[in-house]
Design a protein around this ligand. Structure first.
Ligand SMILES: CC(C)(COP(=O)(O)OP(=O)(O)OC[C@H]1O[C@@H](n2cnc3c(N)ncnc32)[C@H](O)[C@@H]1OP(=O)(O)O)[C@@H](O)C(=O)NCCC(=O)NCCS
Length: 260
């Protein structure tokens, strides 16, 4: 689920010496630690919480839960976390919401040639509305992107590339978002309308993104996907991605009494 990984990125600088839990924009800061937080897409009662300064301490996670509970959220979901990042959340009472494969492509791995078709395009507001319809057809309600979610994904990395492929009637039939921050590249989202799958559109979107990420200096590229998503795994493996031995987990917790 590329978008979840995307939420794990932040380019905001730390503000040392801030001892009060405070919500500055969408960043919760406490001591030297910080995390990005905000409403989770369509469900306003759920907040996302993504560590933005390395593995968080259990004390910081508890402070974040207090801040989010005070803002009226009933539940919290994290970004896709590595085992080291999970520790503080688990100690604060989070449980596993979903396990994900993590796949990585090293810069040294040669890329397959970029197929000539389909031609890819930029996406202005009109095409962005159409790509959200493709997204809705490809993902379950919880993971679907709405307009705000799309903007969050686009804002999650320092530089990003969004390209669409057009299908019948020149409507958007597939799209991909890739991003890069500090030499690390991410395939954040890729989806092809169900009726257009299996025609090489996903491959073109992925390779276009990978060539761009390399041109932007990405030393390696990471992507995550749900267990059992065989089409996505095939797409990534054929491009040269290899599975990391330890996957990622999305964790969640209720914000009832006694979370801390
Ligand atoms: C994953 C997805 C983007 C692939 O797009 P696509 O246009 O169908 O893929 P392509 O036709 O370009 O196929 C790319 C490669 O993957 C392989 N592949 C695609 N679907 C496959 C499947 N269901 N089973 C096995 N292999 C598959 C193809 O054989 C092809 O290999 P090749 O390069 O050797 O020919 C598409 O299935 C999709 O949108 N799924 C729903 C959204 C999703 O899960 N996105 C990824 C989230 S991480």
């Amino acid at each position: 689920m590329g978008a979840v990984k995307g939420l794990a990125q932040s380019s905001r600088p730390a503000r040392s010496g801030d001892r009060q839990p405070a919500r500055v924009g969408s960043v919760i800061r406490w001591g030297g630690e910080r995390a990005r937080a905000g409403p989770w897409r369509a469900d306003g009662s759920v907040a996302f919480l993504v560590p933005a300064s390395g593995p968080p301490s259990v004390a910081f996670v508890r402070r974040c839960l207090d801040v989010l509970a005070a803002q009226g959220f009933g539940r919290v979901i994290t970004g896709a976390l590595s085992p080291a990042e999970q520790q503080g959340f688990l100690e604060a009472g989070f449980g596993v919401h979903e396990r994900l494969h993590l796949l990585v492509l090293a810069r040294s791995h040669p890329l397959p040639p970029l197929p000539p078709s389909p031609r890819l395009r930029r996406a202005g507001p009109h095409r962005r509305r159409q790509l959200l319809a493709v997204d809705a057809a490809c993902f379950s309600p919880f993971w679907r992107l709405d307009r705000a979610g799309l903007l969050q994904v686009l804002a999650a990395t320092d530089r990003r590339r969004l390209r669409v492929a057009l299908g019948a009637g020149r409507r958007v039939g597939g799209y991909a978002i890739c991003g890069v921050t500090a030499g690390s590249g991410y395939v954040q989202r890729i989806a092809v309308a169900p009726q257009l799958q299996g025609r090489g559109i996903g491959k073109k979107l992925l390779l276009d993104g990978l060539y761009w990420l390399r041109s932007e200096g990405a030393q390696e590229v990471a992507v995550n996907t749900q267990l059992g998503n065989e089409a996505a795994l095939a797409l990534y493996r054929r491009a040269g991605f290899q599975e990391a031995p330890s996957g990622l987990c999305v964790l969640s917790a209720g914000l009832g009494l006694g979370h801390g």
